[in-house]
Write a protein that binds this ligand. Structure first.
Ligand code: FMN
Ligand code: 173
Length: 389
């Protein structure tokens, strides 16, 4: 039986009969301001901040808003099934939680709380390499839910091999390899507060617990934190990587591999040519290349370039149910959502993340129905027009 995500709407009204209202706003675009009030400018500045003057993050939102849905009528949308096939698995809805590092700056329960929320709602959670909790511990929190692991491809081959081996042993099945962060971009909102979390040792749990990483240290991290952090900064990414290096991932990972951060159609073709199972069209939520194309503007050309050769996923700017609909219409099989669940976590822990998932999917379910669709499978480019403005 397909899950009725829209029932959350009725549940909220029913709870209202006893005077209760939702603990967090149901318009997820309001979470950032609330989080900033309650958690302060340091952590929220880091999470909200984009590269450069922030125009890429704004462009992500504008590119989705500029597209408008053209609803169809009288198409029997009584019974709906939101599930989608992607990477050889069936997801209950076309949504997953994006990999976000250093979640302990938002909430003490950090990644395990986000993972439990995703598992409770049945949506995939992608664990970041830069998580504040070791991957084995987060895997336990996920129970029998889908485990996806995001790789920041370490410079040292042995550390890379060790991460892949640990992730496989801990039951992660899908590998998401992030390509758009071989360096951290110029992020003024963060620089002005000099806030970078991992200089305080946050977001290094996978590294500090790794035997191959520790082999490169003269002393254990607890005994010389500065040296360990410096080793992490040098190890974290490798700007010298090129396409032929992908063979290493194939040799060391048994399951599907998805490349995250693809914006150019030729790169999407190269991913398909390299036998990659999927790409995520993403500009890292506007945090990397200042002035980059809005992710939603890049999506149709990527989808057209690869057709069915490799799965096309999308993130950067998804905030509402209609954003999910629009991304599907522009060619995505599923979307990932980043900052909204991070604010949900900061404001109300696991419950806050579940709130975000349920709001997003209830709104998507209703948008789908009201636009005349009983399944994501029938959503097409022709269901959108572009605002002339
Ligand atoms: C605070 C923060 C940390 C992030 N950390 C990672 C990370 O560790 N790995 C990664 O692949 N992407 C990371 N991202 C990017 C997200 O996976 C995703 O691409 C982005 O947040 C999507 O845009 P949205 O926030 O507008 O939904 C991070 C994003 C934010 C906001
Ligand atoms: O801040 C980010 O966007 C990001 O991807 C990251 C990189 C290193 C550690 C933690 C997060």
């Amino acid at each position: 039986m397909a899950r009725h995500w829209a029932d959350f709407q009725y549940e909220i009204y029913l709870n209202g009969l006893t005077g209760a209202v939702p603990r967090l706003p149901t318009d997820l675009t309001r979470l950032e301001a609330l989080a900033e009030q309650r958690l302060g400018p340091g952590p929220v500045g880091y999470v909200a901040g984009g590269a450069g003057d922030g125009s890429t993050a704004r462009a992500n939102r504008a590119a989705l808003r500029r597209r408008r849905i053209v609803p169809r009528m009288l198409r029997d949308v009584h019974e709906r099934d939101l599930s989608v096939e992607v990477l050889g698995r069936t997801l209950p809805a076309p949504v997953a939680l994006a990999p976000v590092g250093v979640l302990s700056i938002m909430h003490p329960e950090a990644e395990p709380a986000a993972a439990r929320a995703a598992a409770a709602q049945g949506v995939p959670y992608v664990l970041s390499s830069a998580s504040s909790t070791p991957m084995e511990q987060v895997a336990e929190a996920m129970g029998d839910a889908e485990r996806w692991f995001q790789l920041y491809w370490p410079k040292d081959r042995e550390v890379a091999r060790s991460f892949l081996g640990r992730a496989g042993a801990a039951g992660y099945s899908v590998l998401v390899v992030t390509l758009d962060t071989p360096l951290l971009a110029w992020r003024p909102r963060d620089l002005d507060q000099a806030y970078l979390p991992f200089l305080h040792g946050v977001g290094t749990a996978n590294y500090f617990s790794d035997p191959a990483f520790r082999a490169g240290l003269a002393k254990p991290p607890q005994e010389d934190m500065n040296a360990a952090v410096a080793h992490f900064v040098g190890m974290f990414a490798d700007p010298s990587k090129t396409w032929p290096d992908l063979a290493f991932l194939r040799e060391n990972w048994a399951g599907p591999i998805v490349l995250k951060g693809i914006l150019h159609p030729d790169d999407a073709r190269a991913a398909a040519d390299a036998g990659m199972d999927g790409v995520i069209v993403s500009n890292h939520g506007g945090r990397q290349v200042a002035g980059a194309v809005a992710a939603a503007d890049a999506l149709p050309r990527v989808a057209e370039a690869v057709g069915d050769r490799t799965a096309v996923l999308f993130d950067s700017g998804v905030r509402t149910g209609d954003d999910v609909f629009k991304a599907l219409a522009l060619g995505a099989r599923a979307v990932l959502v980043g900052r909204p669940y991070v604010y949900g976590l900061g404001l109300d822990g696991q419950a806050g993340v579940e709130h975000v998932i349920r709001c997003l999917l209830a709104e998507f379910d209703l948008t789908l129905a009201l636009a005349g669709h009983a399944s994501p499978a029938t959503v097409r480019a022709a269901d959108l027009v572009e605002d002339p403005a």
